[in-house]
Every structure is written in structure tokens, then in C-alpha cells.
Write a protein that binds this ligand. Structure first.
Ligand code: PMP
Length: 438
């Protein structure tokens, strides 16, 4: 039981605070596909926590690995010491990454991974002796976390506008999804490439040799699940190559099986220069993020037998032993249960089940990709976002289902261990919720 003061004391993330105080949504335990409320009610986890618990909740192997690590080596400062788990994890990740992205830098979250990637990209031009490049290009409706770098290249107005001076020299590509585009692009494989040509226009405006890097999510996740139009990522790569610009894929959501592969880069056959990761690297159990970089980038920083460059970046908890142990156990589960290939096998059934909700009241559009689904709802007059908010709240309180919302879009991204029956249950509950908020 919560005392009123307990609710007052926790300053929840800005956007959650008020609604939470009206009707608290509390969880006490989790196992596999479910959360449990303090009074023992099971809630089907339709979002893998927050797109992170890809192996399911409280898996025995991961719990034991964290416990064993905590009893053995609780902490080691990455500036002074290495530890076996950190090296083992780095080489596992390098082996999973596309192309020659074979060096890992660890941090503690997606936001830190993005800021690390941007700093590495900018510093690369200085340390590689190719002349400084200072401009960065992001994308409208891109979400790259909440650090100053991430909100500067990100494209969500409410995440940017109250925070004063952001990074200078940032441009944004137009966003690439609209229902009209989608309809128009059917049978039009060059449409995505055509949209990516905006990059050529932007770099031409500025002199391409001033642009350090372009950052995109392969699939824009948090702003409503916007799959890349066909040919889009491939053309971005071509344009970056033409001008020597670094391409960064923010794979904080799309990494570790969400789209049926270790990284979305593999699904689309495009190798970026830097990949950011976080969330599902250890199934959401211990905060961890990081970046994977190409050997070209790594080598530019590591010239000579001793590090002579005056340059500093790193975190107290970089490569934390508990996070590494959890990640190694998680990667074992992904491999042993073949969860990425399983996601590819489930993708058509999941997509078809989601599409069966077409025609329900207020449903404007449904998109799916891998084990990600999104449903756009029509707004109520003068209350933008209210219908989706009510859907999320009622799903949790009344239908035993956890979903995520952005604006008027409902998103589902279940743990990859979901069974076909549970896909049916999830979509059935979603249908009921949508009818309930009609
Ligand atoms: N990048 C992307 C693509 C994300 O989806 C997120 C989180 N949803 C982040 C970065 C930020 O991650 P974190 O919340 O761990 O800082």
C-alpha cells in the first residue's frame, strides 16, 4: 500500500508524473512474458519492458550470471583495469556486428551511446589528420535519447525546445513516412532512394567536406515505428561514401533480434561506420550501452605504441562487470534459443495478426516489421493523444496488457520468446482496448 507521501517523493520522468498520480500503475515482479502487480495480477508484457527485455523477464540463466558476478567482482574501473567478462563481451559483439565494426566502447545507456558516437565521429576528423569536419545531420522524428547530443540531432520538438542552446551545426533530413508515401510507394522500389536524395541536397548546401556524420535509426522506433522506405538506407550509404561522411546507425531499439537479426544493418545489407546499442544487449537487466566502430575509426584514435592524443571520454561504469555478465548470459540465450531466426519465422504471423485489427473504430494505419507493431488512432476533437493514453492505461488496468504509446500511436514490441498463442492473446486484448476507447 502506498502512502500519499511515497507518491509525492518520486519525481517521475516529466511526462509520466501527473497521470501516474491519478491512477498509479505499479509492478512488483516479472517472469518470462509477464509482469505482476503488487496484488498479484498478471500483465502480458507487450513491450518487452521498454523495447529491452528481448529474452523475456527474469530468465534463470541471466539472474544466476548476475548473482555469480556480484559475488566475484563487483566493480572495476575501466580506466585502470580490464576484466575477462568485458573482453569476452566485446569480442562476442564484434563477431555479431556487420563488416569490420570490430571494436566496442561501453557506456551505460542509449543516450550515452549516442553522445559517445557523435563525439567519436567529430573527433575522428581531428585525429585522423584529414581536416576538421564539424557538421552533423540527423532526421526529423528521429529519437536519439535525451543527452544534449541526442536531442540536438533528434527530431522531436518537445524534447528540444525548452533546453536552450543545443549543438551548433546540425541539420535534419525530412522524415520519410506518411500514409500517403506508403500508398504511393507500393511497387515503387526507388521511392526510398529518392527520399534519401535529400541528404545530397543538404550536404551540397553546406559544402560536403564540412559534414562529419549522419545519424539515423534504421527504423524510427520511439516516434511511432516508421520502417525505412525501400532503398532509403542503401542510398544514404552511397551518398555518405561519395562525400566521405560517416554513417551512424542508432540501433538502440533495432539491435539484438527485434527485426530478426543481430542488427538492422544486416537486415538491410548496409554497413554503417558506427552502431549504437543498449537496451536488449543484456535484456534490460543492468544498465548498459555502447558503440561498435570500424577498424578505420579505431585505428585513427590508436596511432603509435602509446596513446599520444589529448582526448578524453569514458564513464565510471563503462563495461561494468555485472552488466557484462548479464550480457554474456543474454547472448547465450539468444543463440541457444535461436531467438533472432525465430523472430524472422514469427514475423509473418505477427504481421497478419496485427493487420486483422484494420477496420476497428478509429484505426488509421497499422505498420509492422520484425516483432514490432504500431497502430495509429484518430484523435478525439481537441484532445490530441488522449485516446492513445486512455488505451494504454485501460490496457494495463483492465485488460492485463502492457503497451507503449507515442502521441496517438500504440506500439507493441513483445519479448522475442512470445509464443504464437500469446501473439493471438496480445492482439485480441489490443482489439478489445481499441473498441473500449472508441
Ligand atoms: N536511441 C534510440 C533509438 C532509442 O530508442 C532510445 C531509447 N528509447 C535511446 C537512444 C536512448 O536510450 P536510453 O533511454 O537508454 O538513454
Amino acid at each position: 500500500v502506498l502512502a500519499p507521501n511515497d507518491l509525492e517523493a518520486w519525481w517521475l520522468p516529466f511526462t509520466a508524473n501527473r497521470s501516474f498520480k491519478r491512477r498509479p500503475r505499479m509492478v512488483a515482479r516479472a517472469k518470462d512474458m509477464h509482469y505482476y502487480t503488487p496484488d498479484g495480477r498478471a500483465v502480458l508484457d507487450g513491450v518487452a519492458g521498454l523495447w529491452c527485455c528481448n529474452a523475456g523477464h527474469n530468465r534463470d540463466a541471466i539472474v544466476s550470471a548476475i548473482q555469480a558476478q556480484a559475488a566475484e567482482l563487483d566493480y572495476s574501473p575501466a580506466f585502470q583495469f580490464g576484466h575477462a567478462g568485458g573482453f569476452a563481451l566485446a569480442s562476442r559483439l564484434a563477431a555479431m556486428a556487420p563488416g569490420d565494426l570490430d571494436h566496442v566502447f561501453f557506456c551505460n545507456s542509449g543516450s550515452e551511446a549516442v553522445d559517445t558516437a557523435l563525439k567519436v565521429a567529430l573527433a575522428y576528423w581531428n585525429v585522423s589528420g584529414q581536416g576538421s569536419r564539424t557538421r552533423l545531420i540527423g532526421r526529423e522524428r528521429g529519437y536519439h535519447g535525451v543527452g544534449f547530443g541526442g536531442i540536438s540531432v533528434g527530431g522531436i520538438v518537445t524534447n528540444r525546445k525548452h533546453f536552450g542552446t543545443l549543438l551548433a551545426g546540425v541539420d535534419h533530413l525530412p522524415h520519410t513516412y506518411s500514409r500517403e508515401h506508403q500508398a504511393f510507394s507500393t511497387g515503387e522500389p526507388e521511392w526510398g532512394a529518392h527520399l534519401a536524395d535529400d541528404l545530397e541536397r543538404i550536404v551540397t548546401l553546406h559544402d560536403a567536406s564540412t559534414v562529419a556524420a549522419v545519424i539515423v535509426e534504421p527504423m524510427a522506433g520511439s516516434t511511432g515505428v516508421l520502417p525505412p522506405p525501400k532503398g532509403y538506407l542503401q542510398r544514404l550509404r552511397q551518398i555518405c561514401d561519395r562525400h566521405g561522411i560517416l554513417l551512424i546507425f542508432d540501433e538502440v531499439i533495432s539491435g539484438f533480434g527485434r527485426l530478426g537479426h543481430a542488427f538492422a544493418a544486416e537486415r538491410y545489407g548496409v554497413t554503417p561506420d558506427i552502431i549504437t546499442f543498449a537496451k536488449a544487449v543484456n535484456s534490460g537487466t543492468v544498465p548498459m550501452g555502447g558503440i561498435l566502430v570500424s577498424s578505420r575509426i579505431h585505428d585513427a584514435f590508436m596511432k603509435g605504441p602509446e596513446q599520444t592524443i589529448e582526448l578524453f571520454h569514458g564513464y565510471t561504469y563503462s563495461g561494468h562487470p555485472l552488466a557484462c555478465a548479464a550480457a554474456l548470459a543474454t547472448l547465450d540465450l539468444y543463440r541457444d534459443e535461436d531467438l533472432f531466426a525465430r523472430t524472422r519465422r514469427l514475423e509473418p504471423a505477427f504481421g497478419a495478426a496485427m493487420m486483422s485489427l484494420r477496420g476497428l473504430p478509429n484505426v488509421l494505419d497499422i505498420r509492422t516489421l520484425g516483432l514490432v507493431g504500431a497502430i495509429d488512432l484518430a484523435s478525439r476533437p481537441d484532445a490530441a493523444g488522449a485516446r492513445a493514453f486512455e488505451a494504454m492505461d485501460r490496457a494495463f488496468q483492465e485488460h492485463g496488457l502492457m503497451i507503449r504509446i507515442t502521441g496517438e500511436t500504440l506500439a507493441v514490441t513483445p519479448p522475442l520468446i512470445i509464443s504464437e498463442d500469446q501473439i493471438g492473446e496480445l492482439v485480441d486484448k489490443l482489439g478489445r482496448v481499441i473498441r473500449a476507447v472508441a
